[in-house]
Design a protein. Structure first.
Length: 317
């Protein structure tokens, strides 16, 4: 893909997202794949695919792994809704041949009440409850290529997905791939630099259970990121979209990050299309980094569904 082709693709898909925005009914399986990883990205309202400059890029846009200049390990915990939680563990290894990475993303729901076929309670020794466990294991590779005097970052990932619903188990395989390229100086928006991105996530087989199968939440993500310095401190603004083709849902995500001092950053974001209710769509967070160590926190309210808290720990070496 050439430099101008990438820009045209990002612009075209972004315009489609803006006019085709809708709230549809989910028709895919493995819905946990739509729950973003990492507290930093969560604090930006889920707008991260075009910035994607840490190990969580393996989830958002594997091309972002090519931006890493050091090895990085990351662990995050997501205290989601009641009795629901998610964990992410990732590692990226930087080399002359590119960046190689691996991750495990887990999502669980516990204390689900069992019901009989007639709708009544089930009397069992465990109190009539069960839990579900979803998992996605990913290996990925990314590298920079110079095209028309621009650094084109490309990446791809192979994903194994499993889902244990208590009464049924399913598995699937999927591919992720993406590209990130600097667009150039951004004089029209106050200086700094722009980069565009395009990622396709969860392109794969159906989630196969014993008697049925469900498509994966296929996601096409165009995005833009603006970087510049204010008062000698880094500022990032990100805009991207989730075009969830199998779910008939489109989301628009926007976020900003400013490092008030070298070690401390503040973040805010908004997602158009999230659950309804007070505070739904907004997000905020804080970041701390020192000598390779990073700690991030995000607060993400979901309105009527409740509030969520996310914490991440990372180390670059």
């Amino acid at each position: 893909m050439g430099y101008h082709s990438l820009i045209a693709s990002v612009a075209l898909i972004a315009s489609v997202a803006s006019v085709a925005f809708c709230s549809g009914v989910g028709t895919s399986g493995a819905q946990f794949l739509r729950v973003g990883v990492g507290a930093r990205a969560a604090g930006l309202g889920g707008a991260f695919s075009s910035l994607a400059d840490d190990v969580t890029a393996i989830y958002w846009n594997p091309a972002g792994l090519a931006q890493l200049e050091k090895n990085e390990a990351s662990l995050s915990y997501n205290a989601y809704f009641v009795d629901t939680s998610a964990q992410f563990l990732g590692y990226a290894h930087h080399s002359e041949q590119g960046t190689f990475a691996g991750s495990v993303n887990m999502f669980s729901v516990k204390n689900i009440e069992k019901r009989s076929s007639t709708g009544g309670d089930v009397d069992t020794p465990d109190g009539g409850t069960f839990k579900t466990q979803d998992m996605a294991g990913t290996i990925a590779w990314a590298r920079k290529f110079e095209i028309e005097d621009k650094n084109l970052n490309v990446g791809a990932g192979l994903k194994y997905i499993s889902s244990d619903l208590g009464t049924a188990k399913g598995t699937a395989f999927a591919l992720d791939f993406g590209a990130i390229m600097p667009i150039g100086e951004a004089e029209s928006v106050g200086g700094g630099s722009l980069q565009g991105s395009l990622a396709v996530l969860n392109l794969g087989t159906k989630m196969k259970f014993v008697s049925e199968s469900d498509p994966l939440p296929l996601n096409v993500k165009p995005g833009l990121a603006w970087r510049r310095k204010f008062a000698e401190r880094n500022f990032n603004a990100v805009l991207d979209a989730d075009l969830l083709l199998n779910d008939q849902v489109n989301l628009i995500n926007a976020g900003a990050e400013y490092w008030v001092i070298e070690q401390i950053g503040v973040r805010a974001g908004y997602q158009v299309g999230r659950a309804k209710g007070a505070g739904a769509g907004f997000a905020g967070g804080l970041g701390f980094k020192h000598e390779g160590l990073g700690i991030d926190y995000a607060f993400v309210p979901f309105g009527d569904l409740g509030d969520t808290h996310r914490v991440s720990l990372s180390y670059r070496f």
